[in-house]
Design a protein around this ligand. Sequence first.
Ligand code: NAD
Ligand code: DAU
Length: 357
Amino acid sequence: MAVLVTGGAGFIGSNFVLSWIAETGGAVVNLDKLTYAGNLENLQSLKNDPRHIFVKGDISDSELVHKLLSRYQPTAIVHFAAESHVDRSILGPEEFIATNVHGTFRLLEAARAYWGSLAGDRRGNFRFLHVSTDEVYGSLSAEDLPFTESTPYAPNSPYAASKAASDHLVRAYQHTYGLPTVTTNCSNNYGPYQFPEKLIPLMIVNAIRGKPLPVYGDGLNIRDWLHVGDHCAAIRAVLARGRIGETYNIGGNSEKSNLEVVRAVCEALDELHPDSPIMPHGSLISFVKDRPGHDRRYAIDASKIRQELGWTAKQSFATGIRETVKWCLDHLDWVQQVENGEYRKWIDENYGGRQTI
Ligand code: NAD
Ligand code: DAU
């Protein structure tokens, strides 16, 4: 009995695949296109494990998805595959519409046909779990209450709009066709195997290399940080006990400004990398031109998942960030492997035009 995971070679997907096999012993069929963000090195420890079946392919390839569903008869689809980086969506939104909107639509169509072919308990127990983001709710001001599941959608970036569109499609497939879906809307994740284009791994890698730490605008934008291991545990809880047709907000109750986050990274490096030629690492902080349309604050009210499913975040930001910095220092070979030509090109495109302010 397997689950079909999409995007399982990415940051959260690979953490999910590793933890699913470790925690449940169950098998995973992992469908991933291996874009710049997909990395099989993340799954190296499963290389000879028959419970991990990797398939390189696109969620939009209906023929392939139909074949996989009919061959492996999964008990659930856990849908992570997406273009996930806001800055990339600002520079080039098209791929976000192709994968996040159209790809999700194609996947839903394949899931509907497969689910329709099931009978008895297998039909009753099947789930389509859609992994989404808190960015669909837009931006909060300092006085606003955190996002709940009934906060109106107000996506502000092409990325957020594409995820909002996919959430609406998932909702419609449940409402119209009865497909047993559940959706999770999670806050910012951090932890092992995160691609160094996102704030925390970018700052760790730049600081290790003695490069400037580019903080957008005034650095006072706020995110609600959650360790990826806690996100994976929440997804397992929703898959096991979440109610069909519901959405569940997931967050770490850990609001931090970007400056606080970058300073925490620098302090951890000062302690864990004392031989570094750059000391203190905080001296590398450099304020750069802001992200267009930059959302000011995200914060999650996770009381629904806590009360209904008994899930809470276990990892505090203070221990999680230290552990993540240590993980990077211990995995410099992994860092080097992702710092390939294409990644360098992205860094030039995104940060080349940003003046220091
Ligand atoms: P990621 O960019 O690290 O990984 C995405 C993965 O999807 C990659 O392995 C990539 O190769 C794969 N992929 C992309 N297009 C594909 C396609 N057309 N077909 C098959 N595979 C494809 O992303 P992530 O940060 O791990 O995020 C995973 C999911 O979680 C996304 O849906 C994202 O919106 C959501 N999410 C992320 C965060 C976060 O903080 N990173 C927070 C909340 C929700
Ligand atoms: O909230 C959940 C979302 O979190 C996910 O849906 C997205 O997939 C994920 O990428 C993340 O989006 P953000 O835009 O919040 O993450 P990012 O790491 O790109 O940026 C975090 C904050 O740090 C944001 O306010 C922008 C700022 N930032 C980011 C980078 C890359 C900087 O100041 N400098 C940087 O170089």
